[in-house]
Design a protein around this ligand. Structure first.
Ligand code: NAD
Length: 378
């Protein structure tokens, strides 16, 4: 296991990134001394489905500032498999019933909730009440009210909260934000964003069951298109209009199949997004008044690929986004760096999701959005 080195710690403090006042007020596992950086943070994954199994657990083997310390699962058989594979002590293994006992576990610093969307709020709130910092998978919850309940529980219990927005840690996203901020292609006029895939799996899966998913493509892939529309434009939208299309109603009985939406921004820029469970889409294109740039693929696990109207490619070395994301949150906790995917960002996206569904229910009527800078992290 790698440790945060004295050199990296010194470098961060010399850059003024260490806020000791804040560090003194947030809980950490016993044996950890805030400001000393003498250990990696222990993360417990809640829900051992495909994302935990194939992305988060392998990524935790590549993180510098955290490690897989525990698991919470409702499936008894998974306990021994994960125990063996990741050398997890029995005392760090929980089920959904005894999960609250995690309050007594000094090794777990962060609880990472990776369950179906409708279960996020319950488990994030239980984790906060147990005094654990929280990472909540996207979408943050299935309503704005639930997002507020998670944010309040974290504030009341003095713990930090991040949404599992892996793209916020990806260097390609930082590059997009830089182009927009520095006006590399002059003012952004139009953003186009697609996020979808073709679902042909088990019709009984939770993603097609509204009570568990909260909605279809919009809740699942749509949040990526919302996010890219926002960082492609460099600001929050002031209104949205949306349309829904269904071509396989026998399969998508309970959830949305394809949604398109148009955003307006205060400076006159517009964005168009498409999200689908019945069409592939993985692209962001941003048009400025002096050229354009594009990511395609734009939000898969990587490598991402990009190009510009100048004939240049946008290229960065590949590193697992999830490893970068979990390290970013650990550095926020350890070194008081910026929280680049705070709960407010997840809440903002859910406000937009609700406005999109409202617009659809009102025949595409434009919905005003009063977001200010909510969820914007620069
Ligand atoms: P999954 O279906 O593979 O796993 C779901 C897990 O929840 C399983 O371990 C299952 O046993 C457990 N579970 C508990 N109660 C359940 C219930 N009532 N019905 C169904 N499963 C139940 O799903 P996943 O792909 O791992 O997604 C989990 C979460 O992670 C979702 O919120 C999803 O949006 C998010 N996710 C995020 C990304 C990303 O790129 N950030 C990628 C995939 C999934």
């Amino acid at each position: 296991m790698k440790h945060i080195t004295r050199r990296s710690f010194t470098s961060l403090t010399s850059k003024g990134l260490l806020g000791t006042a804040l560090l003194g007020s947030i809980p950490f596992a016993k044996g950890f001394t805030p400001g000393q950086n003498n250990k990696k943070l222990g993360i417990a994954l809640v829900g051992l489905g495909s994302y935990s199994t194939y992305q988060l657990a392998p990524s935790l083997q590549e993180t510098d500032h955290c490690y897989l310390a525990g698991i919470v699962t409702g499936t008894k058989e998974k306990e021994s498999v994960w125990k063996e594979k990741y050398n997890i002590p029995k005392k760090n293994i929980y089920n959904y019933e005894n999960f609250d006992d995690i309050v007594n576990n000094d090794v777990i610093d962060v609880v990472y909730v990776v369950l179906p969307n409708s279960m996020h709020a319950e488990f994030c709130i239980r984790a906060a009440k147990a005094g654990k910092h929280v990472i909540c998978e996207k979408p943050m919850a299935i309503s704005v009210d639930e997002c507020d309940a998670i944010i309040n529980a974290c504030n009341e219990n003095g713990v930090k909260l991040a949404v599992g927005y892996r793209m916020q840690s990806d260097p390609y996203t930082h590059e997009v934000k830089k182009y927009v901020k520095e006006k590399t292609f002059d003012d952004v006029l139009f953003v186009s964003s697609d996020a979808g895939y073709v679902s042909n799996g088990n019709p009984d899966q939770w993603r097609l069951d509204k009570s568990l998913s909260g909605g279809g493509a919009l809740m699942n892939m749509g949040v990526y298109a919302i996010q890219t529309s926002i960082y492609g434009a460099g600001q929050n939208p002031i209104s949205v209009s949306a349309q829904e299309f269904s071509t396989r109603p026998e399969y998508f009985k309970d959830t949305d199949e394809t949604i398109t939406a148009q955003f307006k921004f205060a400076n006159g820029a517009v964005a168009h997004m498409m999200t689908s469970h019945n069409a592939n889409g993985n692209r962001l294109k941003v048009h400025g008044s002096k050229g354009w740039f594009e990511l395609d693929p734009a939000h898969s696990y990587g490598p991402i690929s990009g190009r510009t109207s100048n004939g240049n490619t946008i290229e960065f070395p590949f590193k697992k986004q999830q490893a970068l994301q979990m390290d970013d949150f650990a550095k926020h906790l350890l070194l008081n760096t910026k929280n680049i995917a705070p709960g407010e960002m997840g809440k903002r996206d859910m406000i937009i999701v609700e406005a999109i569904y409202k617009s659809i229910s009102e025949g595409g009527k434009e919905q005003p959005l009063a977001l200010g800078n909510l969820g914007i992290v620069s």
